[in-house]
Design a protein around this ligand. Structure first.
Ligand code: ATP
Ligand code: ZN
Length: 213
């Protein structure tokens, strides 16, 4: 019996459109499933699963999906069993520390004893321990940038692309914790047939991206 590789992409959000576009540029055609959970490819042994991006590492670890497209930041935060196969070159952003504009921030020592709001507690914890800083992490799932303004935290660690959201909230970016872009991740336990399908997909992605540059 021939197998299908199950490819997880974001159901809606910043990664969705370009993830679908990339698969289509790779010659994999499927119906647009923004309202559906999954779509079958007509000309490649694949099934596309539309999921919340933050859940994709877990779905791969649980063997519900074989491979997926997510932000590198989410990959690092979730610490699930999967491997980074390929950087895809879109959804480029960074995870940065930002503090109120009026603060005189000279180095990361400023963060000692402070409270940092973030949606990425694992990544921030690693950053703090690497820099020998004792700070309190306050995990919030959205609108992190408003935390200092409402007195919930002294600083934030949040996703930045242009920095305009920080500025409108009276914050300035003071340190980059990590750079991120969309990545292709895969289960570490693909069978030979699915591994071969992954290799074929990687080959096509590389060809598509080479033609663009
Ligand atoms: P939710 O899943 O709750 O809707 P999210 O932040 O996980 O929120 P998106 O906003 O769609 O979902 O972001 C998905 C990924 O896109 C992020 O994890 C990050 O890698 C990347 N990203 C986020 N914001 C930007 C941005 N402003 N510019 C470029 N890439 C971004
Ligand atoms: Zn998300």
């Amino acid at each position: 019996m021939s197998q299908k590789i199950r490819i997880a992409v974001q159901k809606s959000g910043r990664l969705q459109e370009q993830s679908v576009k990339l698969l289509k540029e790779c010659g994999i055609s499927f119906g647009n499933g923004s309202s559906k959970l999954k779509a079958e490819a007509d000309n490649f042994p694949a099934e596309i699963l539309f999921l919340r991006d933050d859940d994709i590492p877990e779905y791969i670890e649980d063997n519900v999906a074989d491979i997926g497209i997510i932000g590198e930041n989410v990959f690092l935060e979730k610490q699930k069993e999967s491997e980074l196969v390929l950087r895809l070159g879109f959804a480029k952003c960074r995870l940065s520390i930002a503090v109120p504009k009026s603060e005189e921030y000279q180095s990361s020592n400023w963060l000692n004893g402070k409270k940092i709001a973030t949606s990425y507690p694992v990544i921030v914890e690693n950053y703090l321990s690497k820099n020998n800083i004792a700070a309190e992490i306050h995990e919030i799932s959205g609108s992190v940038e408003i935390a200092p303004g409402i007195g919930l935290a002294d600083a934030v660690c949040d996703i930045v692309s242009t920095g305009s959201t920080l500025l409108t909230n009276g914050l300035k970016e003071v340190d980059t914790v990590m750079k991120s872009e969309a990545i292709l991740i895969a289960s570490k336990s693909l069978n030979p047939e699915k591994s071969a399908l992954l290799n074929e997909l990687v080959f096509r992605v590389n060809a598509v991206n080479a033609a663009k540059s």
